[in-house]
Ligand binder design. Sequence first.
Ligand code: GDP
Ligand code: MG
Length: 693
Amino acid sequence: MATTLNDIRNIGVIAHIDAGKTTVTERMLYYSHFTHRVGRVDKGTTTTDYDPEEQDRGITINSACVTFDWKKKQINLIDTPGHVDFTAEVERSLRVLDGGVVVFSAREGVEAQSETVWRQADHYHVPRLAFINKMDREGADFYETLSEIEKRLDANPIVITLPVGAGPPHVNDAFRGTIDLIRMKMLTFEAASEGVGITVSDIPEDMVDDAEMWRGQMLEQLSLYSDELTELLLAEEDVPEQIINSVLRQATLHDMVVPMLCGSALDGIGVQPLLDAVIAYLPSPGDMPPVEGMEPGKEDKKLTRKPETTEPFCGLLFKIESSKHGDLNYVRIYSGELKANSRILNPGKNAKENAPQIWRIQANRREQVPKVGPGEIIGIIGLRKTVTGDTLCDIKDPILLESISFPETVLSMAIEPETADERKKLSAALDMMRRQDPTFLASENEETGQTLISGMGELHLEVIQHRLQRDHGVKIRVHSPRVSYRETIEKKAETLGQCHRTLGGARLTAGVRIRIEPFEATEGRPVVITSECDPELVPKEYRTAILETLEGESEGGGLFGFPLINVKITLLGAEVHESESNEMAFRMASGEAFRNALNEAGVVLLEPIMKLEVTTPEDYLGDFVGDVQQRRGMITHTHQRGRNAVLDAEVPLANLFGYASAMRGMSQGRAQCSMEPHKYGPAPPEVRESFEF
Ligand code: GDP
Ligand code: MG
């Protein structure tokens, strides 16, 4: 167990589906002695994630965070699971981890999702390592992948291990080991011991020139960050290992370079050097700058907390694992200490919580602990009101950290219980699943008895459906999925809403003036509502009633009944009548102002657009291009990768139902695709007309 902050690494393994994240993780756990056999992912499909055997074993791996030791340091491996809600899961993990290992497949190189997660990591300034996996695959190309990382990701990779050979055992010059460019040694991994045994030998003769060239390149890249190193190079002196490591560490910590390693997780090649690199180059919580937040309720008052035990406690809940016995709440602690059974504050909800039990989640067991400190990631059992993205902090020293934003759902599906008895079960199951997965929404319609579930795509909803039926044993009927539309406005408008009514003999009078305008939404806030109204002229309770009504109306939907996005509404002023104004009058006037504003500003119906990437043998490219165009898609990019063509496009989700099987049909099963929600774009007139009345 770690004794100081510097001994901890909070990292995540992130990757495009199938690049080998699960396999790399399995290997890490195996080499650190947490698992006693190497788990293997069956070939191919996502269904492997559901076979019971994978699940039994998967419990540890799929935990939000697994702790294990490597060379006396503590590695907290934060899972970034999910092929489905991929982006969102990564988002929340990136929010709490300090460093990342990005796994690429040497065969597929940089894929659409790798690009997405890379950009997310850029956004959070997460220092990272790149691991080029699957060097044993037919068509594996380390150098091509390197060049794609440079070009497609605008990254600055530094090669620190070179592959020796490439491809499977039966090919000429098969992949058989790696060269450590820092120590200038070749490493081979003993197959008989699953790669536990490592032999360090001299670099094979035919690789010496290459190795020297790449070492030179590495040193030259590093010299940009160190005068000491530059001087040694100029003087043509040997550069000691320890200087290389310290310059590389500093440059990586500052997110200026990405050390790049390679191997084959499946064959147990190159994973221990990757673990060494995690320790050597990725940050400890102590390397992180103080976490920033604000004083609750005062958005302009910035506060910071250093990762020290003497600071007041603060942490962020980033994931909930729900079970029938209670929720395990995963919290990253940024500062101070948290003791079991202490009272803490959820400043966002202004609610006090008790933290009865604190657990450290080891890869193969859970251990209850009395106290934890900064940099740690732990599970709390017994919280009542706190949800994913909420801050927890010291009651006496409140601080509100930035929450985690999740993308809007794009697809919904109506489900209903088969019998009345199932209703309660369904509602409990949905409740639990919603707590775990913030990208999943469910709302019950009392009138129809149906529940509308919404998620990030076809597969996401399918998985939810399976979980309800299989894990929770609920019998449900499902209707076909439907795209989630949104509304926004065309232009700015200023309007007045009035209330002149007689209700139960009393006169009600009020006027509300608002401005509505298009607005690029800040994270997680589709509609921004503010006030420029002079507080002296309008009493606070009226202003609150107005703002609440505007908020409710915009959530309730625009002219077509779909939620509004990318809109800013500003309260400009209100007309108060001395005796005839009250809260109700202002609520009515606000509703009218809102509807007038929408009519005047013009409503645009939006549909979800997906980012689609298809990798196909060249021969079928023409067919795919034609097909995408027929689906109202826009092709953004095509390029060659090995013998395959890669097609990137933006396609309305409404036209992508069943795409995976259509794609297999078009290519005799040889093409692959991935898709993810990208943005909302204007829906075509016929869709709009179908909602007009
Ligand atoms: P994930 O989706 O990123 O978690 O990827 P997985 O670890 O599930 O791996 C996807 C597929 O690639 C599985 O069939 C693995 O057996 C296979 N795989 C993973 N790593 C390697 C590797 O290094 N070499 C080869 N040949 N296959 C691998
Ligand atoms: Mg996996």
